[in-house]
Design a protein around this ligand. Structure first.
Ligand code: F6R
Length: 357
């Protein structure tokens, strides 16, 4: 039930802090440590490479998850779009582990790959929001998102839940390997949930931003570097699917290799600046597009912000920024859709679970 909310999407955006807290709680043992079924951790530790397979928003969560697993647990990860992987399989490593990320657990493109890799005899783990879903039943292992039902077609809380669960998988794996990765994940995820609360209370500002940048435009670009690039991909997908604005996410450095030709007077360019190591470069990219007439909207993290920024998100641990930088992008898409009179929860041509290949 959406209760007093005008749309499920807005309710589900607001549920994100609670979902993160629920995940921390559910994945904690009595000693207050994060824990994951030993068989799953064994499977991860036996693998020489992990292949993440997913579609749409879940694919974008996989791109962020790769960062955790590689940086914290030191296992190489490839992330693939399920519909491509099915007929264009890369040369596999000797001992692959497949991780399927799927909110619904029913996505046919992902299931087709699962069937293939099971036939090849490889182990598979499904990360899903739906216990007993097809992808959960057919894989060897399941990790649940505990996000509660997601009704709006545009995925929001499942994305942040997927990222949180992937961070926990990376943390527990790293610990069993005796690896030091330098931060307390439970504590940092708690701070993320608090930061999400702050963002959910900033709706008025974001509604104004949506009006300013998105109420009349035909197109919109998202730029970022590193994990900000991946969050930009997600921001663009959210915007296009519910507001029908043509939106694309780009790596900041790729602009000059083609995309900058599309910048005209007034083109909105949403830039993410949450990573210290690329802060100067992404701001350089903003200058390049502004010089061609773009209307820049910089979303930065506290500590890296400047006076020209449109919105500043609270500071969280640098690997975890996607969990909060995505929230203003979800809200921008929501208000853009609303202002443009679109059907927020049920956009045209889309279904909540895509059960055909
Ligand atoms: C975007 C969206 C879709 C899904 C995709 C995969 O908001 O909802 O891109 O993420 O269809 O669905 P699942 O995760 O159910 O496999």
């Amino acid at each position: 039930e959406k209760g007093t909310y005008p749309h499920y999407m807005l309710k589900e955006i607001d549920e994100q802090p609670a979902v993160i807290r629920k995940i921390i709680q559910t994945y904690q043992n009595e000693q207050g440590e994060l824990t994951i079924d030993g068989d799953i951790i064994d499977a991860v530790n036996k693998a020489d490479r992990i292949y993440i397979i997913a579609a749409g928003t879940s694919y974008h969560a996989g791109l962020v998850g790769k960062q955790f697993i590689e940086k914290m647990a030191k296992v190489p990860v490839e992330v693939h779009i399920s519909s491509e992987f099915g007929y264009n399989m890369p040369l596999l490593s000797e001992k692959p582990l497949f991780i399927f990320i799927s909110q619904s657990g029913e996505t046919a493109d992902s299931r087709a790959v699962l069937v293939q890799v099971k036939e090849m005899g490889y182990p598979a783990l499904t990360i899903t929001n739906v216990p007993g879903s097809t992808l959960s039943r057919e894989a060897d292992f399941t990790l649940l998102l505990h996000a509660g039902p997601e009704i709006a077609v545009a995925s929001t809380k499942a994305y942040t839940a997927q990222i949180a669960v992937l961070s926990i998988l990376a943390e527990v794996t790293a610990k069993t390997k005796g690896l030091e990765f330098g931060f307390d994940l439970i504590h940092e995820l708690g701070l993320v949930a608090n930061a999400m609360d702050v963002l959910c209370d900033s709706k008025e500002i974001i509604e104004i931003m949506a009006r300013e940048f998105l109420s009349v435009t035909r197109n919109c670009f998202f730029i970022g570097r590193g994990i900000d690039f991946y969050v930009g991909l997600e921001g663009a997908l959210k915007l296009k699917e519910i507001s029908y604005i043509q939106a694309e996410g780009f790596a900041g450095g790729e602009l000059k290799h083609g995309t900058i030709a599309l910048i005209e007077e007034g083109t909105p360019v949403i830039a993410l600046a949450t990573q210290e190591n690329v802060n100067l470069s992404i701001r350089g990219n903003v200058k390049e597009v502004v010089a061609r007439g773009a209307n820049p909207c910089i979303i930065s993290m506290k500590g890296l912000n400047t006076d020209e920024d449109s919105f500043v998100i609270p500071e969280v641990y640098e690997l975890l920024t996607p969990l909060i930088s995505v929230v203003p992008l979800q809200l921008l898409a929501y208000y853009a859709s609303l202002h443009r009179g679109c059907d927020v929860d049920k956009p045209r041509n889309l279904a909540k679970s895509v059960t055909v290949e």
